[in-house]
Design a protein. Sequence first.
Length: 211
Amino acid sequence: MLGREWFSACSEFYQRQARDKPNDFGALFENLFATSRLVATDIALLLASRNTGEKSEEQFAQEVEELHARMEDFNHTLTTRFTDPSCFVKTFPKAPPPHVEDIEHIVDFRDPNFCLSGELFSMNYILIDFWAMQLMFRLQLSTTLSTPEELKEIALKKCKMFEAVEYSGQGPPGAILGFQASLGIACLLLPKEKKFTDWSRHKFALMEQHG
């Protein structure tokens, strides 16, 4: 129910905080979260304008391209901010040995350069939220921005982050609960095959167990 000006003001405030505290990870993460919320708001407003007919086809197409460019810039910021191999989770103490895993894994969660660790752990939430936003935006405009295969790749990346966090032993208790809505969106785009369905059911049951 909040207007865009509220999200814009928050984004501007946290941009100043991040600029004034360049070595403060808390300020950095708040800035990225605020940027993500503003982009998500603009996506919602743009898609709503199509349904109400308040924009011409030309205006709508132009704003789609502008928003797509903003998202690509934000994606570049997120994926290049932390690249040092030492920033990532290297071991997954909560993971079962590969030969006794009861559910066939659909992703390589043991990737040693994927899930951020320690004081950078919050960045994983920013990434998976952004991927959810990417999915929804591209899904609504899939005929012009992406193919079903590209949507599947984003969905699998979200599933990979879920499992990496689940088995990493990092973050607060119940850390995966922060991914609940995001995982639901991802599962809609997974292939309609038994191994993916079984995996999804297992993870939803796991979240139920965590409350």
